[in-house]
Design a protein around this ligand. Structure first.
Ligand SMILES: [Zn+2]
Length: 349
């Protein structure tokens, strides 16, 4: 059973797909053709903080279900996020509540959203109408240095682990910690644990010394789910050309975020395209993708306010970089990374 699924993972059925897409296209309705993989949107945090409804047609979520469907988003990263000012005990509870909300309120009966857990799910996400949710940890402070809690999170479906938010914790210094420390011994243990369990380490929010430590340590996939390019706009959350090049050389992917503060003075689509252009020059077209940070910031990018606007971005990417590169940015690069990174599912599933 697993072997059959692995063949599907190698896209044996791609020609069939193309034909199906063409047929759909001839009827003037080719929504299937658009596939977007967005690695980071703070939906769970907004549900926890404001009790907003993910499925409601009038949902205020920039990455609510209707908008994801309109935008052709097939995979969305759902980070678990606890603000650093919460007391430690409260943090772990908040994190578990968000994980429960992902499984109960977002996935529910699995009709409209399913968790992306195994390699086979990557191929399924490419073919089905269902949206797949990729559970992530945006910082491990709520884990209070416990490897058992990390293990539990991965059993709950987390597949992408960022060690810190902007602050420092038991594992590493985030980008907002002036001390600028790297990985602690426990941080090293955490990243090894993540890779051993076929997870992906996320360096978004890490301070630069910790970033390089993770890359030196790397025995598995490393990504940066949501950031911009420092050479284009010098925000502390953006990656330098050296960082981006090293990440790409390791096979990693950078998800460019739609956060005006990361992108530049005008904070519009033009700024976003400048970041993409530079990232493509430095990293090549296999290591750049998107991690919007929808619902994670108060300020929104003009022209890319919600996930429903991905078709407009796709048109802009097609025009500027060509259709093949646009497809890589919107789907293929994350797909290829997770297709390799994730473990096959238990046989018989
Ligand atoms: Zn973030």
């Amino acid at each position: 059973m697993t072997d059959v699924k692995l063949i599907i993972g190698q896209r044996l059925f791609a020609p069939l797909d193309k034909q199906a897409f063409r047929l759909l296209g001839s009827r003037g309705e080719n929504r299937l053709e658009r596939r977007v993989w967005d690695a980071h949107a703070d939906v769970l945090w907004r549900i926890a903080a404001e009790r907003v409804d993910f499925y409601g047609s009038t949902s205020s979520l920039a990455a609510g279900w209707h908008r994801l469907v309109q935008g052709g988003v097939k995979v969305l990263g759902f980070p678990l996020f606890v603000p650093p000012d919460r007391p430690a005990a409260e943090g772990w509870n908040m994190l578990l509540t968000q994980a429960a909300s992902f499984h109960d309120r977002i996935v529910g009966d699995g009709e409209r959203v399913r968790p992306l857990l195994y390699r086979e799910d990557v191929a399924l996400a490419e073919k089905s109408q269902t949206i797949y949710g990729l559970l992530c940890l945006e910082g491990c402070s709520a884990l209070e240095g416990s490897v058992e809690r990390l293990s539990l999170c991965m059993h709950l479906g987390v597949r992408v682990v960022g060690l810190t938010w902007n602050e420092a914790n038991e594992l590493a210094d985030g980008v907002g910690e002036p001390r600028g420390g790297g990985l602690t011994a426990l941080g090293r243990r955490f990243v090894r644990e993540v890779w051993q369990r076929s997870g992906v380490v996320d360096v978004a929010h890490l301070g630069e010394a910790a970033f390089w430590d993770v890359l030196r340590e790397a025995r598995g996939p490393v990504v940066c789910t949501h950031a911009g390019i420092k050479a284009v706009w010098p925000h502390r959350r953006n990656l330098s050309d050296g960082q981006l090049k090293a990440l790409a050389e390791l096979g990693g992917v950078l998800g460019i975020a739609f956060v005006p503060a990361f992108l530049g003075p005008k904070g519009g689509l033009d700024d976003l395209l400048r970041h993409i252009e530079h990232a493509l020059e430095v990293a090549g077209d296999r290591h750049v993708a998107f991690g919007s940070d929808f619902d994670g910031t108060d300020e929104v990018l003009e022209g890319m306010e919600t996930a429903a606007q991905y078709p407009a971005l796709e048109r802009a990417l097609n025009a500027r970089f060509g259709e093949e590169t646009a497809r890589r940015l919107l789907w293929d690069n994350w797909r290829d990374l997770f297709d390799q990174a994730l473990a096959p599912g238990p046989s018989g599933t």
